[in-house]
Design a protein around this ligand. Structure first.
Ligand SMILES: [Zn+2]
Length: 254
């Protein structure tokens, strides 16, 4: 029995009140609604399937569509990220149905795991956008910022996308300086995490304050401060690497 990872406008389709993924044994009828579909693992054509359905589709009562982020508490970490992989593949094929060079219709090449243009030969691999996320410390306190789009009172360690031609360490230095005017040193790799909202790979780092006083850009980050382990404000928890960095700081400095 294989599972279906079915998406509709970015939401995921589940059964049994949102507690379970549909499967190829008892939910075969769903295939009638598929607008596009493919294998989650290209080396396993009989395995799990990703699919996209039309928002206008009429769903039988036993199914629900939920925000992908909201399935964290219900599903194990492994299942959550597997749903992320399925979504990433669906989203990538949807966005690469036509060749960006010559405009012809592309087709999926299972051997290459890529979309290929039959006319000009251009190949489109899944796009993964690297982003850094960094825990900066000074005198036993952690630098955290309030993002312009965060709920009131919510803070996080700083993060940002890697730019063309930039190393990860350069990105850490630039992002922290741009958002808070703080210079950092001793940048050390912490760990990584795929983040399929929609197609990032988060690369976590620890760093130390080198110089500067906090001055926020007022656009991306509207407020920032240094927090001791017992002063940590409202933060995103769950499976996110931002929480792992904060948790690590609390553990090491308490
Ligand atoms: Zn082409």
């Amino acid at each position: 029995m294989s599972k279906y990872y079915i998406f509709c406008n970015g939401r995921i389709l589940l059964k049994n009140g949102g507690s379970e993924l549909p499967d190829t044994e008892s939910d075969k009828e769903l295939e009638l609604l598929f607008k596009a579909s493919g294998n989650v693992d290209r080396e396993d054509p009989d395995g799990d399937i990703w699919a996209e359905i039309d928002p206008a589709s009429e769903l039988p009562d036993k199914y629900v569509l939920l925000e992908r982020r909201s399935i964290w508490p219900t599903f194990e970490e492994k299942e959550f990220f597997r749903a992320g992989r399925a979504f990433h593949l669906m989203d990538w094929q949807r966005a690469n149905r036509y060749c960006g060079v010559c405009g012809s219709k592309t087709s999926y090449d299972p051997a290459e795991g890529a979309m290929r243009c039959p006319c000009c030969g251009e190949i489109y691999y899944p796009v993964i956008s690297p982003a850094i996320i960094v825990a900066v410390e000074k005198d036993g306190k952690l630098l955290m910022g309030h993002g312009a789009n965060f709920p009131p009172g919510r803070f996080s360690v700083l993060a940002g996308f890697v730019e063309p031609g930039e190393s990860l360490e350069e990105c850490v230095r630039r992002e922290v300086y741009e958002e808070t005017k703080i210079r950092v040193k001793n940048i050390k790799y912490f760990g990584s995490q795929p983040w399929p909202f929609p197609r990032s790979l988060m690369l976590g780092f620890n760093a130390e304050w080198e110089s500067g006083e906090i001055e926020v850009d007022g656009l991306e980050v509207t407020q920032a401060s240094w927090f001791a382990p017992d002063e940590i404000p409202d933060v995103f928890r769950g499976l996110s690497i931002s929480w792992k960095l904060i948790e690590n700081f609390i553990k090491n400095r308490s």
